[in-house]
Design a protein around this ligand. Structure first.
Ligand code: ZN
Length: 262
């Protein structure tokens, strides 16, 4: 199923997304996920609407965001880093999450703010120490897109990444969640800045697979429904400035578009 979270007259709601004449539409309202205390239940009749007419919200209110650094060979190389021997984890502040279309704000504290287009896993079931031979599929609710916005200068000067990755608005997410795709099969990921292609990769090149990531993370910390795991970015990261528009597309999910402002 594909679904989105959107602002209705009654408040945030979840909607099932299906194609009509090749365009995605919100077909019906779904019961809210238990981890989302703000969402309103489906009440009354719902008139289907095109997805691009809805006021989309980030598709999840994450408890935590566990990111993976350097999970594509060419991206590790472009920043002069070795390919890690095991997944490199860092946490991104949930307060940084913004909706599709919402503005990324360039902080006055940074001179270099980069986009990082990423496929993200959405956890759907509590996971602690997933076994080496255990099927990970039951723990995956679906996939979405994250732009792991990064203050590259502060990432270097701080020596660790909490501030550089955690500024308000540094985690655009959406436009929807789908369980109808398979990253192992190779999904094309493209990031455009003002229409120009900057990143063009495939999830087939992930160094650590979705299953390896879930095992590795859950060996250390319990994953809960609503947690989000951006899986790393391919080569081609670069800076954004006020006035730019950044778009991250992943095959089978859609396009996450955000303006950049001061
Ligand atoms: Zn990243």
């Amino acid at each position: 199923m594909r679904y989105c979270r959107f602002e209705s007259e009654d408040g945030p709601q979840y909607g099932e997304v299906a194609d009509r004449d090749g365009e995605p539409w919100i077909q019906r309202v779904l019961a809210p996920w238990p981890e989302d205390p703000w969402a309103k239940p489906a009440v009354g009749d719902f008139t289907p609407m095109p997805l691009n007419k809805a006021r989309l919200l980030a598709p999840v209110v994450p408890g935590k965001i566990v990111c993976i650094g350097r999970n594509y060979r060419e991206h590790a190389a472009e920043l002069g880093n070795e390919v890690p021997k095991e997944p490199l984890l860092f946490l991104k502040a949930p307060s940084a999450v913004i909706a599709p279309g919402e503005a990324i704000r360039i902080p006055v504290l940074s001179q270099r703010v980069d986009f990082e287009g990423e496929l993200a896993i959405l956890v759907g079931k509590r996971a602690t120490k997933i076994g080496a031979h255990e099927d990970v599929q039951p723990y995956i609710r679906g996939y979405t897109i994250v732009n792991d916005v990064t203050a590259r200068d502060l990432q270097k000067s701080d020596g660790q990444w909490s501030r550089a990755k955690g500024f308000d608005t540094f985690c655009p997410m959406g436009p929807l969640v789908t369980d109808e795709i398979d990253p192992e099969a190779g999904l094309t990921l493209t990031t455009r800045l003002n229409g120009d292609v900057k990143q063009h990769g495939t999830t087939r090149d992930l160094i650590f697979s979705v299953a390896m990531l879930l095992r590795h993370i859950s060996a250390a910390m319990t994953l809960l429904p609503g947690d989000v795991i951006p899986t790393g970015t391919p080569a081609g990261v670069g800076p954004m400035k006020a006035g730019d528009v950044v778009e991250v597309s992943v095959e089978g999910i859609g396009r996450l578009r955000n303006p950049v402002e001061t």
